[in-house]
Design a protein around this ligand. Sequence first.
Ligand code: JEW
Length: 244
Amino acid sequence: MRIDVVTIFPELVAGPLGTSIIGRAAEAGLVEFQVHDLREHGIGRHRSVDDYPYGGGAGMVMRPEPLFAAIEPLRDAGAVIVLMDPAGERLDDRLARELATIPHLALVCGRYEGLDERVRDLVDREVSIGDYVVTGGELPALVVIDAVVRLVPGVIQEASHQDDSFASGLLEYPQYTRPETFGDRPVPPVLLSGHHGEVDRWRRQEALRRTFERRPDLLASVDLDTADRQFLETLAPGTETGEG
Ligand code: JEW
């Protein structure tokens, strides 16, 4: 997989891409990153990439010419062009899995109050990471890259994404490691019992409990069997957890 990023802050993007699991994936050749400094296409002696909004108002708007110049060669190279934008399609597990099937992505990061509307003509899709305000598209692009690259075959231990909370639709069960007792908190004995069947059942129930307590909205899209329903009934007697 190849991922290009267009930004006025290439150093902000390149650092994280060289670090941890994502950096290792790049070193292993599973993914290739290329970060492009939009200012190389800036206008005039000051390499300007922004200007005042027509019609007036606060803040600056990104000019279309530098973005066109940066995006055009990526489009010609066959990239799917993704604009990071607060008004874009919301990133979720489904969208991350869809983007992970695309062999060549180019993520375009804006700044300021936004960009000239005509830039949208060159992009294939627009993605937001959620309903909160940030100062530009770079951190959102890194979130997209992190969510997508870990799904590329070989990047992480294969079994661990079947197990992922968002793959099952449930939140994660509680995890423990050494020591066996920390202060007054022992590890739940079932985890030390060696009974794999009982461990699996406990984990499923704790995942159900946590989801019920913190994100009951998620339960509507979870595949629940009879045992799941029986357990949920012990948490909230009389509450319907049917299809939804
Ligand atoms: C995102 C690109 C470029 C935010 C989320 N937030 C915000 C916002 C900005 C400008 C005008 C209006 C709202 C800041 N901003 C971006 C924000 C992507 C840009 C400028 C973004 N996903 N993606 N939640």
